[in-house]
Design a binder for this molecule. Structure first.
Ligand SMILES: [Mn+2]
Length: 381
């Protein structure tokens, strides 16, 4: 969907969500289109008579405010289309849905995260624009290292800035390499923040261990500062900010041998689907929270890759793996983390609206929205 002007959002209306996109690849993924509208920030106030979110968020200012960050980025992996995720989630009505939970919501349609010289096509410029593009050859095994690094650096600044205001950054990907930026941003404001990484994959390969070189499989290793991560261009801005004990995984089921070794040798707590089967999701989340936040007094960043869900639940994602979380198990995680009141950052990553049929796409987008809502206080009763 692409419009030149931004329709005003009528508060309380769920039908007014034809939100435009600043930056959209065309179907052929060859041309960049930009929304030239000067108005770039959309705001929505709490609706439905709900003036505050269900839970008190301990580390946020009042009134509860979230800024949604849409990052149309696919450079951390090879499949086009995941860059369409954020606009699709917004178009599905996410802004008003969250306002309906008692939040003040901000969303800037001017998604400029990709404006850097390593991006083959930049926002606001047509491909034929004669713009100078710098080459981004592999460094070691890493693919598109300069592009991923430049985008994540901007994302970290943005997320950190929102956190500084006492607001909750809700980041919509885009591929999960962006998790490097979001967690770094959260950590810049909350150095003692803990991370719950919900994913089919551990995303903890290093530039040395990665088989594919796709950086969406590596963000966690950079955050931890593992061996091999002190490389250009990342070392110009990434500071290892995460200790192994600050991190817990839920939902793993496709972990490379080298990643298993890294999890073991660093003593990182991980609840795979085996543990979900054994203990049930309620116990797993309880144990996960006990591990990172035993006293309930630490900020929590939740990074949710929709491929943690079973492919029957969230099929339109780049690296689906069978045997995943059921619809309820996924939502239970987000609900239970919301309940702690400790959330300071949320990522919803890897929704790819170009994969599979329209029904699968709508289903995956709807799951992305409902996971975000559950993390922001939506409850069944
Ligand atoms: Mn991931």
């Amino acid at each position: 969907m692409l419009r030149q002007a931004i329709a005003p959002i009528r508060v309380g209306s769920r039908g007014a969500m034809g939100v435009p996109a600043r930056s959209v690849w065309t179907k052929a993924h060859k041309e960049w289109r930009a929304d030239t509208s000067p108005t770039s920030t959309i705001s929505a106030s709490p609706t439905n008579g709900t003036k505050t979110p269900k839970y008190k968020y301990k580390f946020l200012s009042e009134p509860a405010t979230t800024e949604i960050i849409g990052i149309p980025f696919s450079g951390g992996q090879p499949r086009a289309g995941v860059d369409l995720g954020p606009n699709r989630l917004i178009s599905a009505g996410l802004i008003n849905q969250i306002a309906g939970l008692g939040w003040n919501v901000k969303y800037n349609t001017q998604q400029t995260f990709l404006d850097n010289p390593y991006n083959p096509v930049q926002a606001g410029e047509a491909t034929e624009g004669g713009r100078k593009v710098l080459p981004d050859p592999d460094i070691g095994k890493m693919k598109k290292p300069r592009l991923v690094s430049a985008v994540c650096e901007k994302v970290a600044e943005k997320v950190g800035g929102i956190a500084e205001k006492g607001w909750l950054p809700l980041t919509l990907g885009g591929d999960h390499s962006l998790g490097l930026g979001t967690v770094a941003g959260t950590k810049s404001r909350f150095p003692d923040a803990k991370v719950i990484w919900v994913d089919a994959h551990a995303d903890i390969n290093t530039p040395l261990t990665t088989d594919t070189g796709n950086l969406h499989g590596c963000p966690v290793s950079f955050l931890l500062g593992l061996t091999g991560c002190d490389v250009e261009p990342f070392n110009k801005w990434v500071k290892p900010c995460l200790k192994p004990e600050d991190l817990v995984f839920i939902g793993l089921r496709d972990v490379d041998p080298a990643e298993k070794e890294l999890l073991r040798e660093n003593g990182i707590k991980a609840f795979s689907m085996h543990e979900v089967d054994r203990y049930g999701i309620g116990k797993v989340v309880e144990l996960a929270l006990q591990h990172v936040n035993p006293n309930g007094d630490k900020p929590i960043h939740l990074s949710f890759d929709v491929d943690a869900m079973d492919p029957t639940v969230a099929p339109s994602t780049g690296t689906p793996v069978r045997g995943g979380l059921t619809f309820r198990e996924g939502h239970y995680i987000t609900e239970a983390v919301a309940e702690t009141g400790c959330l300071v950052g949320i990522d919803i990553m890897e929704v790819n609206p170009s994969l599979l049929d329209p029904v699968s796409i709508d289903q995956t987008v709807a799951v992305g929205c409902s996971l975000a809502r559950a993390a922001m206080g939506e409850t069944l009763l």
